[in-house]
Design a binder for this molecule. Structure first.
Ligand code: ZN
Length: 442
């Protein structure tokens, strides 16, 4: 074990900053771009031809909400070492023509669900809006990121006196219960004005928007001994962050290291920037052709590649310990969770599980295992969806957390450091097999 050298506090500090500056997938990608640029990575565009050099690092985005960064080793490469996570989290999207007046005394916003969130935590806390606006220009359209960086909105609960049964369970109606309050009667026509002001454009030039609610609560480290870390959007920016940490610290020798962050996992991945799209396949293919290699070499490389699909996992809940499987019980701070599912909702099999355990052992970080209770359906993730586009030896993993899909989730304060270190070791390796189930980690 060499976990003594992991700077947990420092990593958590930067994780919390990243979470705070990433209210939407667009902002998460912008933040990762900044770090990659600072580390000397060069930007590529899907709409231009790629001339790649051995020993260099590059990144490309799609829709400004998905990102793939890669580093090519100096020598000719054997395969790809890929870690994939997702940039989006469940939230509420602001609809077009969003303003709704109530008794001419209130102005609220019309919103709809994005993904499957726990509704209750969104109530009674300061919220705001972030996303992108697309504005008219003389020769086309232009996109601007926006983040209204102040307490702006609130979704008030109904008083207990008007719903005495609420603590026995309540079915939230998204069209009725979840609309945020923006202002009083004087706020009318003020929403788009505010957004235009934040974007630095004329309101009349806004042609369209992708705007989402985000909670204003900042992340924090808590627990008697600082054991826990609670914050918005841990699923899955905690994995995206740890993947990038490991990627930037790695030294790939015989494989191309690929840091991949997809969008729209929370709504089924079926978009052009989601895991079901061709984005990863296109990028891997273009890395191959960009270095003047043949199709045969591409297919050979895929057979010597390994993918880690990194998406957070359920830790055993302190108040509901029987919701977890009887023998696979992940706890916070006990390490990276390897996820199994017999019906292959998770891609892990004995080979990819064993290879990932070997990687953790090389990194000196702990791992644990997850399966759903046999009488419970679990969630889904990126791995098997992505494998339909580009079939790779893949393991599904994640960091253990509580309250998944709440707008304020809880995780362990050591696990991000563990995954960052495992990612660093993983990205520096090559996993190659002989076709008979024997693999070498070099
Ligand atoms: Zn997730």
């Amino acid at each position: 074990m060499n976990i003594q050298k992991i700077a947990f506090e420092e990593i958590n500090g930067r994780l919390l900053e990243f979470l705070d500056s990433s209210p939407t997938s667009f902002h998460a990608v912008a933040g990762m771009k900044e770090r990659l640029e600072a580390a000397g990575y060069r930007r590529l565009y899907e709409g231009q031809s790629w001339k790649l050099e051995a020993g260099s690092g590059y990144y490309v985005t799609r829709n400004d909400s998905a990102l793939i960064a890669f580093r090519i080793p100096k020598a000719d490469f054997k395969g790809f070492q890929i870690m994939a996570s997702h940039s989006d989290s469940p939230t509420f999207k602001v609809k077009s023509n969003a303003e709704i007046e109530v008794d001419r005394q209130y102005l609220k916003l019309n919103v709809e669900k994005y993904g499957g969130m726990l509704c209750a935590p969104w109530l009674d806390r300061p919220l705001s809006v972030a996303g992108r606006v697309v504005v008219r220009r003389a020769d086309g359209v232009e996109t601007r990121l926006v983040k209204v960086d102040r307490d702006l909105l609130i979704i008030p609960n109904l008083a207990i006196h008007m719903n005495r049964q609420v603590n026995e369970g309540y079915a939230f109606n998204a069209q009725k219960d979840m609309l945020p309050l923006l202002g009083d009667g004087t706020a009318k026509d003020g929403f788009l004005k505010l957004i235009a002001g934040e974007a630095g454009v004329d309101e009349a030039d806004i042609l369209d928007t992708d705007l989402f609610l985000y909670t204003r609560d900042k992340g924090t480290v808590l627990g008697l001994n600082g054991e826990f870390l609670a914050a918005p959007r841990l699923d899955d920016l905690q994995c995206a962050f740890a993947s990038l940490e490991g990627f930037l610290g790695a030294e790939p020798k015989e494989s191309v290291a690929v840091h991949c962050v997809m969008d729209n996992e929370e709504v089924g991945s079926g978009t052009k920037q989601g895991a079901a799209s061709t984005f990863l396949r296109d990028v891997l293919h273009r890395i191959n052709t960009g270095l003047g290699r043949t199709e045969e070499q591409y297919l050979t490389a895929l057979a010597s590649s390994f993918m880690v699909s990194a998406d957070n996992a359920h830790g055993v809940h302190p108040n509901q310990p029987d919701k977890a499987d009887p023998t696979n019980r992940p706890y916070l701070n006990q390490g990276i969770v390897i996820k199994y599912s017999a019906n292959q909702k998770y891609t892990t099999d004995a080979i990819s599980g064993a290879i990932f355990k070997s990687i953790c052992e090389k990194a000196g970080v702990p791992y644990q295992t997850f399966t759903n209770r046999s009488d419970m359906l679990g969630g889904s993730t990126l791995g098997n969806i992505s494998n339909a586009q580009v079939a790779l030896n893949t393991v599904d993993i994640g960091l253990p957390q509580l309250a998944m899909h709440s707008c304020y989730e809880t995780a362990g304060s050591r696990d991000t450091g563990y995954l960052a270190e495992a990612a660093r070791v993983f990205y520096s390796l090559t996993v190659s097999g002989d076709g008979d189930g024997n693999y070498q980690l070099i």
